[in-house]
Design a protein around this ligand. Structure first.
Ligand SMILES: C[S@@+](CC[C@H](N)C(=O)[O-])C[C@H]1O[C@@H](n2cnc3c(N)ncnc32)[C@H](O)[C@@H]1O
Length: 347
């Protein structure tokens, strides 16, 4: 690699956070939606309360990397093909969550993180990521909204995950309940429960009530490290074990195993991946993401099977769960193609 090429790659990495924060701000100002019809800077400034001079500079900086486009003849800005997709509500919320400035704040402690057993929020704020939400309902809402968008954008396809014949289903750490709402709507006989941390319970209940499913989905407060309630023929856990180190995961799996009868089903959804999977690039990025915010990790398919076997389960199979349209030949670098499901049975 020539020196100029190397330096150009390094410079791009150095300034990547700017693009993240600029895109977050553009979304915060609702620019992609406003620019569905071309507008001048002064028109945009009036609609957003941003200063025209700064707004112009923001748009020009984003334009150089393919976001937004300017027509010098009309003096108007419009969306580029990239920003045009940011008008869809759940995608907009997901991208805003991904560029959340809180994450940049946490990352200030990254250089310390590599030398410490602690996660970045513990180093920066002295408390665990989820503990930090307890006294900050706004942050919690942003987080759960982002998680909901991931469920909607990536996973809410019609894949049959083998729960159609289950009458009583428990989702552990089910966030705002979107996943159970999806399945309960699909299978009218299903009675479901979501187990969550106390501060998340009201958010989850409200979402279930908004879908008028309160008679079929209940929400209980609990701690998956302490106890998992029994009486279910299937237990689902999605994007929750990835948050923790192996010893913690083993505790949760043991609690799940105790709660199930022999033959009971466990459906473990997460980003999995290793050198032998096509999503290797993205699995490494996600491993850093989960590692820094929570001390979690992305596991290989072999590690998942080992953890299940050691915890009293037989792994039946492991497959990509992402919506079909995201699984394509570009999946090596396609973040959405990294969602897997491990189907296991209690033995
Ligand atoms: C990354 S989120 C995933 C939420 C949801 N499953 C989804 O996919 O949108 C992880 C969830 O685990 C919950 N959680 C963390 N610790 C927990 C515990 N000890 N017991 C139960 N839930 C917990 C958090 O409140 C959070 O909602």
């Amino acid at each position: 690699m020539e020196q100029t090429e190397a330096l150009s790659k390094i410079y791009k990495a150095a300034y990547a956070p700017f693009f993240g924060i600029m895109l977050y701000t553009a979304l915060d100002l609702n620019l992609p939606s406003l620019l569905q019809q071309p507008k001048t800077v002064s028109e945009l400034a009036e609609l957003t309360s941003a200063l025209p001079n700064k707004l112009d500079r923001l748009l020009m900086a984003l334009e150089v990397d393919g976001y937004f486009s300017f027509n010098p003849e009309t003096n108007q800005w419009s969306n580029s093909p990239t920003t045009a997709v940011l008008t869809e509500e759940s995608l907009k919320r997901l991208i805003k969550y991904l560029f959340w400035p809180f994450k940049y704040d946490i990352l200030c402690s990254f250089p310390e993180w590599v030398k410490s057993e602690k996660s970045c929020p513990e180093l920066r704020f002295g408390c665990h990521y989820y503990e930090g939400f307890k006294n900050n309902p706004e942050l919690l809402k942003t987080f759960q909204g982002g998680m909901q968008s991931m469920t909607t954008v990536w996973n809410s396809g019609s894949k049959d995950i083998g729960v159609g014949d289950c009458e009583r289903v428990l989702e552990i750490a089910g966030g705002n309940g979107s996943f159970m709402i999806h399945f309960a709507s699909q299978y009218p006989k299903m009675i479901a429960t979501v187990l969550e941390r106390p501060e998340v319970v009201p958010i989850c209940r409200r979402n279930i009530e908004n879908h008028n499913l309160q008679d079929r989905i209940s929400v209980i407060e609990g701690d998956m490290f302490e106890n998992v309630p029994s009486g279910y023929d299937c237990i689902i856990i999605k994007h929750a074990l990835i948050d923790w180190e192996n010893d913690k995961v083993k505790t949760v799996l043991a609690n799940i195993r105790s709660a199930l009868n022999v033959g009971g089903k466990l459906k473990w959804f997460d980003v999995f991946g290793g050198r032998n999977t096509r999503n290797y690039f993205w699995s490494r990025v996600m491993d850093m993401h989960l590692g820094t915010i929570l001390n979690g990790r992305v596991r290989t398919l072999e590690e998942v099977e080992k953890l299940l076997t050691e915890s009293g389960f037989r792994m039946e199979n492991i497959e990509i769960f992402t919506r079909d349209e995201f699984v394509n030949e570009e999946m090596e670098i396609n973040p959405e193609a990294s969602e897997y499901i491990a189907h296991a049975v209690a033995i």
